[in-house]
Design a protein around this ligand. Structure first.
Ligand code: PLP
Length: 369
């Protein structure tokens, strides 16, 4: 059997009755759009985080775009983020009409190098957009301090960090707003697309509700600013409510896989993920590093193991963002990583025998490299 980096079928098998009950609950409810399930999920997701508001939207990319717009970010504004991220982080900034500005990441944990942010601030900077990549949180304290000093907004990209903590603080609870994705592979994943924005600012919450609903202030009232249709689907919201109750268990499952990999691969030439002190990693992906990455991936195919790279092309090197003017070599750590990292299979229901198969195959490949 082919071993893939992600697979939901074992989890579905275990949770089938609950998932299908969620679908039936919505179909029986008489309200298929923005009903009790979206409202219920918004309340429960906000409560999980101790935040005042949550607005469900259709995906994580639009959670970022609407989050930026609700914070007043638009054309002419610069948003400081990283290039070592999923392309949608940057696509969302572009969609809001703003200009992405990149800083490099730290070689230790591949997260935003917060020491570089101050030098990237210009008189057009309006927002800092840290990405809690792979399941670990960026150090928010220096970013908050900088944002307060310059009057900048902070939007957290939490698409890979549901349930992650740093210094005991949950991802998504430090910035002015936080964007989440519930794409199926995520730590909290739907059975289709979904997203949400968290905020404890009532005005931001109100703007988000307009932005996801054509720009209307209330149902069928006239609108001042044409916006989007970005509603969270009612069925996905009900499934997410059920799965939110199990979020901490999913995270524990991911940590158990990570521990088994760390034990099995200790002493090899593979650089394993490092948890930065204070972080509680949720292992959205298990990213390892090796200078001969491409050879390793190629040889693992013989074992029927297919691995992913998150991400093989830094966003600033993509032709769609060439106009931003980042030459090759401008973000050296990001560029070096892109050629050396790859991700091992990671999901809470990953069977033990597949975990061991990956470890044994990797050990064999590394010994004969
Ligand atoms: C998945 C992801 C997104 C986009 O989420 P979608 O729901 O796929 O639109 C944005 N940022 C990061 C870091 C992601 O991993």
């Amino acid at each position: 059997m082919t071993t893939r980096v992600w697979d939901y079928l074992a989890e579905y098998e275990a949770e089938r009755r609950d998932i299908l009950d969620a679908v039936e609950t919505v179909f029986d409810s008489g309200q298929l759009v923005l009903g009790a399930s979206v409202r219920g999920f918004e309340e429960e997701f906000a409560a999980y985080h101790g935040a005042d508001h949550c607005v469900g939207v259709d995906n994580g990319t639009n959670a970022l775009t609407l989050g930026l717009q609700a914070l007043g970010i638009g054309p002419g504004d610069e948003v400081i983020t990283v290039s070592n991220t999923a392309a949608p982080t940057v696509v969302a900034i572009d969609a809001a009409g703003a200009t992405p500005v990149f800083v490099d990441v730290r070689a230790e944990d591949f997260l935003m190098d917060t020491d570089q942010v101050a030098a990237a601030v210009t008189d057009r900077t309006r927002c800092l957009l840290p990405v809690h990549l792979y399941g670990q949180c960026v150090d928010m304290a220096p970013l908050k301090e900088l944002a307060d000093r310059h009057g900048l907004a902070v939007l957290e990209d939490c698409a890979q960090a549901h349930g992650a903590r740093r210094g005991g603080t949950l991802a998504g609870t430090t910035g002015d707003a936080a964007a989440f994705s519930f794409y199926p592979t995520k730590v909290l994943g739907a059975y289709g697309d979904g997203g949400a924005v968290l905020t404890s600012d009532a005005a931001v919450d109100r703007r988000l509700r307009q932005l996801r609903y054509y720009g209307m202030e209330e149902r069928y009232y006239t609108l001042r600013t044409p916006a989007h249709n970005s509603r969270l689907d009612e069925v996905q919201a009900e499934i997410l409510r059920r799965k939110l109750r199990r979020l901490d268990r999913y995270v524990e499952g991911r940590r158990a896989v990570a521990r088994r990999y760390a034990e099995g691969l200790a002493g090899t030439s593979l650089e394993l993920p490092r948890t930065t002190p204070g972080n509680e990693h949720v292992y959205y992906v298990y990213v390892v590093r090796h200078p001969r990455r491409d050879d390793i991936i190629e040889r693992l195919r013989a074992y029927d193991i297919h691995l992913n790279i998150s991400y093989p092309w830094p966003v600033h090197t993509m032709s769609g963002f060439a106009h931003l003017g980042y030459a090759e070599g401008s973000l050296p750590v990001t560029e070096r990583l892109a050629g050396e990292i790859f991700s091992l299979p990671m999901y809470p229901s990953l069977p033990l025998d597949l975990q061991d198969k990956v470890v044994h195959a990797l050990r064999e490949v590394l010994e004969t490299l």
